[in-house]
Write a protein of this length. Sequence first.
Lengths: 181, 374
Amino acid sequence: MPQVNRITILLLLSLLFAGCSSSWKMTGAKYKKPSYYFEPPPRWMISRDGPTALLSKHGPSLEKILILRQRTTDTLNHTKLKLYPEMLPHELGEVLLSRVIAAPQVTDVLLLKEEVTNVDYRQAVKLTVSYRINAIEFNEIIYAFIDRVFLYELRYCAVKRYYYEENLNTFETLVKGFKLR
Amino acid sequence: MHNSIFHSFFILLCCYALLKGDDMAETVHRESIIAQSSEFENELEKSGLILKNESLNAYLNGVLNKIAESNQFTVKVIQSPAINALTMANGTIFICTGLLARIGNEAQLAALLGHELVHIIRDHSVQNLVNTKKLALSSANKQIGFEIFFGSLATSVVNYNLQSAISGYSRDLEREADSLGLKKMRKAGYARIEFRNLFLILKKTIELENIKQPYFFSTHPAITERINNYYHLAGKNTIQSARGLVNSESYSKIIQSILQSDGNRLIASGQLDYAEANFSRILDSDSGNALACVQLGNIARLRSAPEVNKDAFKWYYRAKDYENSEDALRELGFYYFKSGNTDSATYYLKAYQTQYPLSPYKPVVEDYLKKCLR
């Protein structure tokens, strides 16, 4: 019985320490994944989960860069609207803006600019939006394009005051260096 | 980080409640519940979720004062698609925009407010805590705003989905609220049948959206039982019950901005049938509403995507001659661009570009125009 107790305590402790360990890593090396490549900004923290990369300098609640890849057939968060491979840029922009509008904690969504642009020589849409979460103002830029059956998104979201402007160029540099493999 | 602290705090609170549940429930004072309600209200105000629409607020409070025969109670609107209403022990009733958009007329609004008002007047929050002392404290906490500690305010409001509108209190308290609410509604001159109709709307919503009826308490009457209770209270003579004020048109006009914002959000979330109902209601009271026409066109287009939809074109075409036809011109341009008709696309996109030079869509329109001219 004491043996069982010791094992239980060890298991609980290992679970506790596993929970405390962070998935965040300091950037410094080029980030390689089978599907895409980008150069993380120096001194930013990065967290990876499958095809998703989350980067932040001061903490994700202040500013974050998200790089996402998902199948066009997969369901988007907060909306039942569908993606399809031959979408025009404004149609893709409409669906991605809808996802922001439909997010439950988001209010006062305003589209500031919608542009047709290129990411890694592929036609993409670029949305600039502002919104509030619990009365705090945020700005977000979303670059998105569909390559074959995958939607790629490069998103930069930051508190409007101070943080948004401070890291804007960093994000744009990251987008310029983004490549599909 | 805050969430973890609150979660830990709540787990400790639950453990304590399980051990000391009886004592705790009985020692919760009315003043404490009112203080917590006011705190919750302040948090909601700070969150920016409370709708600032003076004419709508004046109208809603006018109906409430008429039912209450007093002006000591307040009704406020939460910007949330949830089909929900919350009653606070401090005398404030919150209605979500999603529920306001589903309500069909002023009499149904009066039915809802009358019902919620009884919960305040009869101190149901306090009674609930005392009556439910043997039930889990977590259920009781939902009545007094503890949900605020989990996730964002908006999430907690959404999580309340349908709860307090139809199942916020125990069976006996809900019956009392139905019975007295119906009397108040009748005294104010409204058609009693709309009380039943309100529940029929909620029932239809539950069925269409496949929502599992949420109950705080296993003893709570299901919505069908509430409808049957109505017949028990008001009788089955529907002709007699239909006598009285209904005010459908004035209600639809006053909630037009709600129908619009709720409809926009429904389109964004892909709930196209409900969005269609909202914009059709706007057109019923304002046939020249360009925005409603464009949104009905968008609904048709999104339903048939990726195929081009002729019904969508008809709506856009109809909207282009009305006031505020900005979106109609742009959508017509996009429609023709997608169809490969570059001449017509150029015509409408140029018209849009000229008339609305500061539009956020200007860069996309310019890009498409370049492609049309190639």
